[in-house]
Design a binder for this molecule. Structure first.
Ligand code: T4K
Length: 431
């Protein structure tokens, strides 16, 4: 099935040793999908003609209605990004003291707590799901605990029912960071309607984007009203501030992008699904390399292609594989390394956290995320898989060579990659 003419099929061909990379242009994880360009431009012209650029404009209201309908929730409050959405809803829910969160997540799940002097208590994950492990959760609860934030990491629903049971039993608020999970379902029900509230990210790097943006979604009328107030400084009308608030509003141009992206949502998901299947086919059976599975009975957005590298079996570490791919201009990412508990201010504030996080500590050394989305072609994917095959087939040899080069660099100061800075010979065709 592979196009043999594109293969880098010998270890000595790798860009690691100064050869030209497999790709002339960098392939990014998180390259934005662009929706219907013509409709976007028409909407932007309309915004400019009407001179209504922000503050609960008509496109924001339309996007909120459409997202709420799509997800099947009563309320959607669009925000300027999902970090602010989290900050607002955490405050609106009255969370204080300690809140339980995974460490294996993007830092924006955690900062909104610390930002409001709430202590994040890092709980370990289930190594199978990469999400909060309910079996570890209860032991993290103290009299100071007021809530739990579950993360639907990679768009796969976390253990919603178990978290719900624990939250109910221990009288805790339950919030879901659904930044990755727009368009995903659990038991046929769309993510967005679970817990006290959920938050989405519509950042440029998400498969559905509003340039920057996010939303709080909830079925709780009182909470929705509060979040709406807080998003706009607490204004209840001209000159009438009735609540603490911030500026969390989404702009009209962002909403226009959102509406144009929504029109193409099915297409984006179909492309992501196709890419995922292509990666699955082309990486199948590779020892020590596994691709995370999505439950195909559910709705998925397939926006993350996540590999787990078991160095002992693959013969090459995740970091060496990433380095090798970067040299080929494949900018694979090791999301969510090194874990929030190892980042500041958490590493200094809670230096003992890692004792409770063995599964997290193991996973953060293994995970590698690959490019997908509408900006990448089948040939790109097949070539990436070919490079990974080459790396794993010759894992020990590459590892050994890399180590000795790095030792030379340390001892002599001479860059082993000096050839890489020579003028490029263009894309090479091998065999
Ligand atoms: N909760 C979770 C679980 C999250 O994952 C996130 C965000 C949040 C909360 C907070 O959501 P927001 O407040 O952002 O709405 C990126 C995104 O910036 C971030 O939104 C996302 N998660 C995270 C997983 O990925 P970085 O630091 O990796 O971004 P950066 O600048 O390295 O960009 C990623 C790649 O995308 C690069 O290779 C370049 C490419 N890119 C990026 C942009 C913005 C493009 O090709 N074009 C672009 O316009 O965080």
């Amino acid at each position: 099935m592979w196009d043999k003419t594109l293969i880098k099929n010998k270890v000595q061909d790798l860009a690691l040793w100064g050869n030209p990379p497999a790709f002339d242009d960098k392939l990014h994880v998180g390259r934005p999908n662009i929706g219907n360009r013509q409709h976007l431009i028409e909407r932007i012209n309309d915004i400019l003609d009407r001179r209504w650029l922000s503050n609960d404009g008509q496109y924001v209201q339309e996007l909120e209605r459409r997202v709420a309908d799509f997800v099947g929730v009563k309320h959607c409050i669009a925000t300027c990004n999902s970090t602010i959405a989290l900050e607002i809803v955490i405050r609106a829910l009255g969370l204080t003291g300690e809140v339980i969160v995974p460490s294996f997540t993007f830092i924006a799940t955690v900062h909104p707590l610390q930002w409001q002097q709430i202590t994040p208590i890092f709980c370990d994950i289930d190594p199978q799901t990469h999400a909060l492990d309910p079996r570890r959760l209860e032991e993290m609860i103290t009299p100071m605990t007021t809530g739990i934030i579950g993360v639907h990491i990679w768009g796969r629903p976390c253990a919603i029912d178990d978290l719900k049971l624990i939250a109910r039993r221990r009288d805790l608020k339950l919030l879901f960071d659904a930044a990755h999970a727009f368009g995903c379902s659990r038991d046929g029900r769309m993510i967005g309607g679970f817990g006290d509230a959920e938050t989405f990210s519509f950042h440029a790097t998400k498969f559905f984007n509003t340039f920057e943006g996010g939303a709080v979604v909830t079925n709780n009328d009182g909470l929705a009203a509060k979040v709406r107030l807080m998003r706009n400084f607490g204004f209840a009308g001209y000159d009438n501030v009735v609540h603490i608030g911030t500026n969390g509003k989404m702009s009209e141009v962002s909403a226009a992008m959102g509406l144009s992206s929504l029109e193409c949502l099915g297409e984006f998901i179909a492309v992501n699904r196709h890419n995922y299947q292509l990666y699955c086919q082309n990486l199948a059976g590779l020892p020590g390399v596994s691709l995370i599975a999505y439950d195909l009975e559910e709705k998925n957005n397939f926006q993350y292609i996540v590999l787990e590298i078991n160095e002992k079996i693959a013969g090459i570490s995740r970091d060496h594989l990433m380095e090798l791919l970067h040299r080929e201009n494949v900018l694979a990412r090791r999301y969510f390394y090194p874990g929030c508990h190892r980042m500041e201010p958490y590493a200094s504030c809670y230096p003992g956290a890692k004792r409770f996080l063995p599964a997290t500590e193991q996973l953060i050394e293994r995970v590698l995320t690959l490019p997908t989305g509408t900006a990448i072609s089948d040939t790109d994917i097949i070539t990436i898989c070919q490079i990974i095959h080459l790396a794993v087939t010759h894992g020990e040899e590459i590892t050994e060579r890399l180590r000795s080069i790095k030792t030379t660099l340390r001892t002599t100061g001479v860059s082993p990659w000096v050839k890489a800075s020579q003028p490029k010979a263009g894309k090479r065709v091998l065999i």
